[in-house]
Design a protein around this ligand. Structure first.
Ligand code: FAD
Length: 488
C-alpha cells in the first residue's frame, strides 16, 4: 500500500470531461487525463484491505493493489509490467470497461471505490509515451500453425498470447480492418480507432498475420482451416434480437449495429455500400436500455437529432445496492452514461406494440404502452402486465433496435465446420478447456459465452490460447489467471 491513510484523505475524483456542447460537435474521445498529482492521489486511495476482492471482480484477475502501489511510488515501468501480466490490451479496457473490479473494491463497501479503470488507462498511456511498450518478437519457433477466425478482443488476445510462445498465427477477419466490435460497433467517442491501429502494428511486428476482407465459410473456403494445427473460433455473437411487431418493415426501422457500424466507417473515411442511416432532424427512438442503446443515443445526438428517446422494457433499476445484489457482486444499478448526459428522454417499463407508417412506407411513429411489473421478495422483476389506458402514439422517424444479440451466425463457417452448438446457439466449449466438439477447434469470446464484455473476451482469448498451446505442445508456459505471480 502506497499511503496507509490515503483512502481517508483523498476523495475519488474522475478526470474532467469536455462540455456536452463541445463533445457533441465531434466524434473524438472527451475524457481528459489526470495530472500526475491527481493520479498519485487516486492510486493512494487503494488501501491494504487484506483480501483484494477486486482481483476476483476482474475477469482477467488484474493485480490491482500492486499496480496502484507502483503508481503511487512513481514506478511507471513496474506498474506497466504488472498490468500487462494479466491484460494484453489495457488501452481498451481502460477506456470502455464497466469495471466490475470497482464494484468489488473493498473501499466501495462504504465509500466510493478506487478509480481503478482510469488508473489502468493512465498506466498504459504513460507506458506508450515512455516507450515501455514495444513489440517483443520471440526467437522461439514451434513450427505449429494456428488460425484465429475473428479479430475482436477475443481473437486478438488469443493471437497475442500464441505468438509469444513461438507459434505461427494467422487472423482471418471478414471486415476490412481488424478489431471486431472495438472498431465497428463501439463509437469513436468512447474508443478512437488509432488506439486499435497502434496495437495491431505491434502485433504485426511480433509476427501475427492479419487477413482482412476474408470471411471463412464465404470468400475463404472453410477447408483452408485444415492446413492449420489448431483453430480458434472468435467470431463474436452477431445475430441481433429483432422486434417482430406490425410495421417492422417500414423505412426508418433499423438494427443498432447497422447505424453504429456505418458511423464508425464515416468517421474513418471508409466506404460502405448501404444507404445512409442518419438521425439529423429526426425524432429518434432507441429500443433497448443497454450499452448498445446508449451508443445509439450518443451517436444520434452527434448527428443532430431533433429528439432522442430511449425505451427499456424492464423497470428502472435502483440507485443503490439491494438485497438481491450484495457487495461484492456486480450490481445492476441505474446507469447514466456520458451519452445520456448529452440529452435523452429515458423510459422504463414500456413496450412498443406497433410501428406506424405515413402511408408511403416511411416510419412516422410508434404505438407504445406502459407496463406494470410484479416483483419477487428481493425486488427482482418477475412478470408484467400492460397498464390499462396507457397506450399512446409517439412520433419518431428513426427507430434503432438495440435489444441484444442472440447467438453467432450459423450459416457459413459454423455450419460447414459442423461443431456442436449449445442450447443458446453458441459454440459448445467448456470454460475450463475452450475445446469444441472437434479436438483441434477451440472457441472464445462472445461466440462461446454469448454477448458479453470486452474484458471477458480478452480473458477468454488468453485462457483459450493457453489451452491451444497445451494441446499442441503438451504443456504451456502462458500465464493463467488462476496463477499467483511474484512481482518483487
Ligand atoms: P467481436 O468483437 O464481435 O469480434 C468478432 C469478429 O469476428 C468480427 O470482427 C467479425 O467480423 C469476425 N468474424 C465473424 N465471423 C467471421 C468469419 N466467418 N470469418 C472471418 N471473420 C469473422 N463491451 C464492453 O466491455 N464495453 C463497452 O462499452 C461495450 N460497448 C459495446 C457497444 C456495442 C455497440 C456493442 C455491440 C457491444 C459492446 N460491448 C461492450 C460488448 C463487446 O464489444 C463484445 O463483448 C466484444 O467485442 C466481444 O469480443 P469478441 O472478440 O468475442 O467478438
Amino acid at each position: 500500500m502506497g499511503k496507509p491513510t490515503g483512502f481517508k484523505e483523498f476523495e475519488r475524483v474522475l478526470p474532467k470531461k469536455d462540455t456536452v456542447a463541445n463533445r457533441k460537435k465531434t466524434y473524438d474521445e472527451f475524457v481528459q487525463p489526470y495530472s500526475d498529482e491527481e493520479l498519485n492521489k487516486q492510486a493512494a486511495r487503494c488501501m491494504d484491505c487484506g483480501i483484494p476482492f477486486c482481483h476476483s471482480g476482474c475477469p482477467l484477475g488484474n493485480v490491482i493493489p500492486e499496480f496502484n502501489d507502483a503508481i503511487y511510488d512513481g514506478k511507471w515501468e513496474e506498474a506497466y509490467r504488472i498490468l500487462v501480466s494479466t491484460n494484453n490490451f489495457p488501452e481498451f479496457t481502460g477506456r470502455i470497461c464497466p469495471a466490475p473490479c470497482e464494484a468489488a473494491c473493498v473501499l466501495g463497501i462504504n465509500r466510493p471505490p478506487v478509480a481503478i479503470e482510469e488508473i489502468e488507462k493512465h498506466i498504459i498511456e504513460i507506458a506508450f509515451k515512455r516507450e515501455f511498450v514495444k513489440a517483443r518478437p520471440t526467437h522461439l519457433k514451434t513450427g505449429k500453425r494456428i488460425a484465429v477466425v475473428g479479430s475482436g478482443p477475443a481473437g486478438l488476445a488469443a493471437a497475442a498470447q500464441l505468438i509469444k510462445v513461438g507459434h505461427e498465427v494467422t487472423v482471418y477477419e471478414r471486415d476490412d480492418k481488424p478489431g471486431g466490435l472495438l472498431r465497428y460497433g463501439i463509437p469513436d467517442f468512447k474508443l478512437e480507432k488509432w488506439v486499435i491501429d497502434r496495437r495491431i502494428t505491434l502485433m504485426e511486428e511480433e509476427g501475427v498475420v492479419f487477413r482482412c476482407n476474408a470471411e471463412v465459410g464465404k470468400n475463404v473456403p472453410t477447408s483452408e482451416l485444415q492446413a492449420y494445427d489448431a483453430v480458434v473460433l472468435a467470431g463474436g455473437s452477431t445475430i441481433p434480437r429483432n422486434l417482430n411487431i406490425p410495421g417492422r418493415e417500414l423505412k426508418g426501422v433499423h438494427f443498432a449495429m447497422e447505424f453504429l457500424k456505418q458511423q464508425n466507417k464515416r468517421v474513418g473515411n471508409l466506404p460502405f455500400d448501404e444507404e445512409d442511416i442518419l438521425a439529423n432532424g429526426k425524432n429518434v427512438l432507441v429500443i433497448g436500455g443497454g450499452d448498445t442503446g446508449s451508443d445509439c443515443v450518443g451517436t444520434s445526438n452527434r448527428h443532430g437529432a431533433k429528439s432522442v428517446t430511449q425505451f427499456e422494457l424492464m423497470p428502472q433499476p435502483p440507485k443503490d445496492r439491494t438485497q438481491a445484489m450484495p457487495w461484492p457482486t456486480y450490481p445492476m444499478l441505474l446507469k447514466t452514461t456520458t451519452s445520456h448526459e448529452e440529452g435523452c428522454q429515458r423510459y422504463w417499463s414500456i413496450s412498443t406494440k406497433e410501428f406506424i407508417g405515413d402511408g408511403k412506407g416511411n416510419l412516422k411513429g410508434a404505438r407504445v404502452v406502459d407496463l406494470e411489473w410484479e416483483l419477487d421478495q428481493l425486488g427482482r422483476p418477475v412478470k408484467f402486465k400492460e397498464v390499462e389506458g396507457s397506450e399512446r402514439e409517439l412520433p419518431c422517424e428513426l427507430v434503432l433496435l438495440a435489444m441484444g444479440f442472440l447467438h453467432p451466425q450459423r450459416d457459413g463457417l459454423l455450419q460447414q465446420l459442423g461443431v456442436e452448438l449449445d442450447e443458446r446457439g453458441n459454440v459448445r466449449a467448456n470454460e475450463g478447456d475452450y475445446q469444441s466438439s472437434s479436438a483441434r477447434i477451440f472457441a472464445a469470446g462472445d461466440m462461446r459465452r454469448g454477448q458479453s464484455l470486452v474484458v471477458w473476451a480478452i480473458s477468454e482469448g488468453r485462457e483459450c490460447a493457453r489451452k491451444v498451446d497445451e494441446y499442441l505442445m503438451g504443456y504451456s508456459e502462458l500465464e493463467s489467471k488462476d496463477a499467483i505471480y511474484d512481482y518483487a
